[in-house]
Every structure is written in C-alpha cells, then in structure tokens.
Design a protein around this ligand. Structure first.
Ligand SMILES: Cc1cc2nc3c(=O)[nH]c(=O)nc-3n(C[C@H](O)[C@H](O)[C@H](O)COP(=O)(O)OP(=O)(O)OC[C@H]3O[C@@H](n4cnc5c(N)ncnc54)[C@H](O)[C@@H]3O)c2cc1C
Length: 441
C-alpha cells in the first residue's frame, strides 16, 4: 500500500500517465479543446523519444505530416510545420528534400512541443492508481491527484525471451539501449537477434563503425529472409480510420489472424535500410580489408542461450532444413521488439479490467477500456489496441486521429471532425453501425 497524501481538491477531468508521442498528441488536442482540466505525468526528467535507438542516420518510417496534430487539427500551433517555422528552418528543410526525415528531427520536434505545451509534468512517476467509487486517485511520490478519467500512454516494454534472462548483464542488452551500449562491441563477436527495423539499424551501425567495429557480426532472424516493410498504397490503407473501424467490428479471433497476416505492413525493414546494409556488406566483402566478418542467418529460431565464461553459446534451429546450429558469441543484441503489459501502477484496478487472451485491455471504438467501474469514469488506453484497432495502433500514423477521437469523447462534443473519410477499398460489404469511432461524442 502506498503512503497516503492529501489529494488535490478539485478532480481533474483527465490524468494522463506517460508522455510519449501518443499522450503528447492527446495533450495537444486537449489544449485546443480548452474547457477541460487536465494534467499529464511522465517519470522521466524531460522528454526524449527512444534515445537508446538514436543511432547515426536513422530515419522516420512515416511521413512527417503524420505528426501530433495535422491530420485532425492542421491549424494547431503544435504541428511539425509550426516547429519548422518557429525554429527558422522551413526553407532549409524544404531544400534538404529528405526522402525520409531524420528521426532526430522528429524527436527534436516532439521535444519542442513537450517543452512548450502546458499541463505536462516531468519527473513525475505515477506509482499507484485506484478508484474511490467516484474518482480515480493518481498517486505520485509526493502528491496525489483525483481524476474523472485516465489516459494510459505508458508505451510498450522491451520483449526479452525468457531463456535470455539467465545471461549476465554484460553478455546481452536490448535494442532500446543500443546507443548507450554499442561501444562495448568493439573487437567482439556480436549476434544481433531480430530481423525488424531495429535489428537492421543496429547491424548497419555495427558494420559502419570503422575503429571500434566488432570482429564479427551475426544477424539472426526468425523470418525466412530479411524482409521489407510494405509501404505500397493499398497496404497503407491499413493505416486509415475506415480500416480501423472495419477491423474493430470483427470477432476477436478474426482480428488476431489479421494482425498476424499484416505483420510486415508495420514491422518489416525499410527498403533504404536493407539496401544500405547490402551495399555495406558488398564493400566489406570485396573492396575493404580489416572490417568485421559477417554471417546473415535468416530463418533461425534461437531456442536457447547457454551462459559461458565470456558471452554465451546460442542454440538455433534452421527453419529451412530443420537442422540445429550452435554459435559462440561475446555479446547478444536483442532486437526482439516490445510487448504490451498493463502498467504496474494500475495493479489495484487490474482485476476490474476486461483483458483479452494476450493480456491487453478490451477497448471500445473510442479507445476506452472495458472495466466494471461507472460508465462515466473512463480509462483510455493508447498503444494498447493492437488486437482491437489493428496494426496502426503502435505507429504514429493514426496518432492524431486517435487523440481527436478521445478528445471528442472527453469533451462530449465534436471538437474535432473524425467522420470516416473516403476510402479506396471496401473492406466490408456492410459497415458496422457507429463504427466511426468518436460516434460516442
Ligand atoms: C526506435 C523506434 C523507432 C520508431 N519509429 C517509428 C516511426 O518512424 N514511425 C512510426 O509510425 N512509429 C515508430 N515507432 C513506433 C511508435 O511510434 C513509438 O514507439 C512511440 O514512441 C510510441 O509512443 P507511446 O507514447 O505509446 O510510448 P513511449 O514513447 O514509450 O512513451 C511512454 C512514456 O510513458 C512513461 N511512463 C511509463 N510508465 C509511467 C508511469 N508509471 N508514470 C509516469 N510515466 C510513465 C515513460 O517514461 C515514457 O516516456 C518507433 C518505435 C521505436 C522503438
């Protein structure tokens, strides 16, 4: 039980837990709504967007127009264009004509908004959330707030296969720490596990290191090859509100199957990164001497990692011929992705929340969690709806639209136009009633 503190007197209309891009986008929308009393909290001292993956030359996988607000509130002062203008780089940005913009630029935009937008509180970890029968109580280290509604924007957790937990900390690290740890790989035998974008960016960074490069790099992927992100137009239709509405209306089992089928639309490696890796491998193999040697190992399932005095022994099954393979490595880089977990601060409410078989909360079309509390006390969950709203959920693509839907639900009016836009593809023969999320506003 947490130490009790005097709760601030008037309840907030909304307490936001976590300030990553998703709750930041919601905060930017609520700033325009105006009439609501809101406060957002983040445990970090200041805003930083995945700093552990800010490697040289990494780029945004989505258009910069899919920023915090533009899709739903293009006149907002918190748009990417406003950032360019305020920072006197509008013309230079246009002249640079980036095919994909540096991730550093987008992180800098997000940090600019986070530094200026009111009602954000950093250095404020939410330790416990409970419900007193009327309001939520949101406990921080030294203050407690009451709130009528919550927005959970706590992001995802690094996913680490269980057998890897036995390794010593110096023998392995997750990709979310790569920028801080890659220097340790100098002269070592390194295996990068994971054939997604993070794994690819880390492999490229290791191959490009020059002085300080590893002796050898294994790139291991469960997928049958190093597969590209599908960025073609009809696949991009999956990242639109009409698709989300159709997806949400499906029975749960069909939604699970669809997410599996659509994996490469959100999880593949961008074509530019694959090409950069291939070109670097060519140079290392044919034109330069002294660089790291490499083994590219797709279709390999790592089934165990035995700790050794230095590093570990990896045991893998080759999915192409079914043979087992054993490799010794000094350092393992786990580009094994992220998974959803109900935040621990919600423990007092966990048994009251309706969870699906993956442990995610079941969500209404407007991103409200189904729970057994009063209908007027709502818990909105962002980045939790992979299996309820589809593969756009963990991406930036629909962040502004989701924020507008939630803002409408909170304001109980159509503060933003979230009507279903025109779609090229007829996903279902009959659209579900009220499928426009936000119809509850
Ligand atoms: C390296 C990387 C690159 C990506 N690039 C792209 C891209 O190019 N395009 C795209 O569409 N998507 C991209 N994504 C996916 C997605 O856009 C990001 O993961 C995004 O940051 C998700 O935002 P979020 O707000 O849900 O979570 P996060 O950014 O993880 O933020 C969550 C915040 O919650 C805080 N928090 C957690 N618990 C508490 C607590 N109890 N109290 C207070 N604060 C708490 C954390 O400190 C953190 O600041 C990328 C993801 C990664 C990992």
């Amino acid at each position: 039980m947490m130490k009790q503190h005097q709760a601030h007197r008037a309840p907030l209309d909304l307490a936001g837990i976590g300030i990553g891009p998703f709750n930041l986008s919601l905060a930017a929308h609520l700033d325009a709504v105006g009439e609501l009393e809101v406060r957002f909290f983040d445990q970090n001292e200041s805003f930083a967007w995945h700093p552990g993956m800010m490697l040289p030359d990494v780029t945004l996988q989505t258009s910069f127009l899919k920023d915090l607000v533009s899709a739903t509130h293009p006149v907002s002062p918190w748009s990417f264009l406003s950032y360019l203008v305020a920072n006197r780089r509008f013309y230079a940005f246009l002249n640079a004509d980036f095919p994909a913009i540096p991730r550093q630029e987008f992180a800098s935009y997000l940090a600019w908004v986070a530094a200026s937008l009111p009602r954000l509180q950093f250095g404020a970890q939410v330790r416990e959330v409970d419900f007193d029968g009327r309001d939520f109580t949101v406990r921080l280290a030294s203050e407690t707030f009451r709130a009528r509604n919550l927005a959970l924007g706590v992001g995802l957790r690094p996913a680490i296969p269980q057998f890897l937990n036995r390794l010593r900390p110096e023998a392995a690290f997750h990709s979310s720490r790569a920028a801080f740890e890659l220097a340790r790989c100098a002269g070592k035998r390194v295996a990068v596990i994971g054939g997604g974008q993070s794994g690819a960016e880390i492999v490229l960074s290791l191959l490009n290191r020059g002085v300080g490069a590893p002796a050898h790099v294994d790139w291991i992927s469960l997928r049958p090859n190093f597969l590209p992100l599908d960025e073609t137009p009809f696949t991009n239709e999956l990242f639109t509100p009409p698709y989300v509405a159709s997806f949400h209306s499906l029975p749960e089992a069909r939604r699970h199957t669809a997410v599996e089928r659509e994996k490469l639309a959100g999880d593949g490696v961008s074509a530019e990164t694959l090409q950069a890796i291939y070109r670097r491998l060519y140079v290392l193999r044919h034109l330069e001497t002294g660089g790291p040697s490499t083994s590219l190992l797709p279709h390999r399932e790592v089934i165990n990692a035995e700790p050794m005095e230095h590093g570990c022994q990896l045991i893998m099954r080759n999915g192409m011929d079914g043979q087992m393979d054993i490799r010794k490595v000094d350092i393992l880089v786990l580009a094994t992705g992220y998974s959803y977990e109900l935040p621990s601060c919600l423990a007092p409410l966990a048994s009251r929340i309706d969870l699906d078989r993956s442990g995610r909360p079941r969500l209404d079309p407007d991103f409200a969690v189904r729970w057994d509390g009063p209908a007027a006390s709502r818990i909105f969950a962002l980045n939790a709806g992979l299996l309820s709203h589809g593969i756009a959920e963990p991406q930036l693509s629909l962040m502004a639209w989701r924020s507008a839907v939630i803002a409408n639900a909170l304001a109980r009016r159509k503060a933003f136009d979230v009507e279903r836009p025109e779609t090229m593809v007829q996903w279902l023969d009959r659209m579900p009633q009220g499928a426009e999320a936000g119809g509850k506003a």
